[in-house]
Design a protein around this ligand. Structure first.
Ligand code: ADP
Length: 351
């Protein structure tokens, strides 16, 4: 670029459009000048890029195609995957310049595309989770209304199943609303010092009837000799612990036992634990079970779609969000066929 006014214009553009990467090419698509960000994207120095062909510099057929089209059509736009392993997504505008060649302006849209994908997956997951109970309800209602079922006992049984599926749907909607509220930061925590014993005792009481129905024993572990208190929102922490206890019962064997307890971590936190000797979580799934909609395998649940309901894979992601909202953490140690210990940590204060 010999024309000083053109060089000045390029520098001005670079300064003003700092979120755009700029490259100038001649009519043979050889690089005349590239901005520092564009050079970094090509993993070369600005000087090295001068004279290189666009395709050699960026290795992208899509970018090359947009540039070619711009030369013949008087301008063009498109998208290309660029950078190391094509991991970054860019929107491209190619504008012809007087005297031949083009200015290519690249604007990164990786994050935008990621958000779009997450949203699409989220909607697809919800659709999938809603379809199963809805299909069951429809089939049951059809059997009842077609007159194919005429004995009272079967009718009652079908109506009972409709009720359970509806409960499941209601729980799914509650979990989704909960998750959305917590994720968007709309839920404000009202924290106060609470005794860990009280949190555990409350959870033991609440899970009792559910465990009894499933013939699973519930035990509260002896509390450590420590006067530490948890600094937490009692309702939210209780909800998180109850979610873990629900899972522990759900994935236990008949006659099993779940154990709830707590201990100070020695790092300014209290760790609540929920242990079971149930089916366990295979190691490869452990890093992912706290993601929303992540399920190991529905077929392993004792009674899928039963009154325990809620097998949407949302429970643990809610627990994780509650822990993180407190500035705490969650985790699991588990062995398939042996059992699991889930834990949640929240900040502590000396009593
Ligand atoms: P779900 O509604 O499917 O139980 P969660 O988010 O609560 O969803 O759990 C995600 C997955 O983690 C479950 O599908 C299950 O496979 C596994 N899981 C959770 N808790 C336990 C447990 N105590 N024992 C064995 N597997 C568990």
């Amino acid at each position: 670029m010999t024309d000083p006014t053109e060089a000045a214009a390029f520098d001005a553009l670079l300064g003003r459009r700092s979120d755009h990467l700029l490259v100038i090419v001649d009519e043979l698509l050889r690089i005349v000048r590239a901005g520092p960000e564009a050079a970094a994207l090509a993993e070369r120095s600005e000087a090295e890029l001068v004279g290189m062909s666009l395709i050699a510099a960026f290795g992208s057929a899509s970018l090359d195609a947009v540039a070619r089209q711009a030369l013949t059509a008087g301008g063009a736009s498109g998208e290309a995957a660029l950078g190391h392993l094509g991991a970054r997504q860019f929107a491209i505008d190619a504008i012809p310049i007087r005297g031949g060649g083009l200015v290519l302006s690249l604007h990164e849209i990786t994050q935008l595309r990621r958000i779009e994908r997450v949203r699409r997956d989220f909607v697809a997951n919800i659709g999938h989770e809603l379809r199963t109970p809805l299909t069951s309800i429809k089939l049951l209602a059809e059997s009842l209304s077609s007159g194919a079922v005429d004995d009272l006992e079967t009718m009652r049984e079908f109506a009972g199943q409709v009720e359970r599926e509806t409960d499941h749907l209601a729980q799914l909607v509650d979990e989704l609303l909960d998750l959305t509220m917590i994720e968007s930061g709309e839920t404000t925590l009202t924290t106060s010092p609470i005794h860990p014993d009280a949190v555990v005792r409350d959870c033991v009481t609440r899970i009792g009837p559910v465990a009894e129905r499933r013939e699973v024993r519930v035990r509260q572990l002896a509390s450590p000799d420590d006067r530490v208190q948890a600094l937490a929102d009692p309702e939210r922490l209780g909800q998180a612990l109850l979610n873990l206890a629900h899972n522990a019962v759900k994935y236990s064997h008949t006659g099993g036992e779940i154990r709830l307890g707590w201990e100070p971590t020695g790092t300014g936190r209290v760790r609540f634990t929920v242990a079971d000797d149930g089916i366990g979580v295979p190691e490869i799934h452990q890093p992912r079970i706290f993601e929303r909609f992540y399920k190991v395998d529905r077929a392993r649940t004792r009674e899928p779609g039963s009154s325990m309901g809620g097998s949407a894979g949302l429970g643990l992601s809610i627990v994780r969000h509650i822990a993180e909202a407190h500035g705490g953490a969650v985790g699991v140690t588990s062995e398939e066929g042996i059992g699991s210990t889930f834990w949640i940590e929240v900040p502590s204060v000396a009593a």
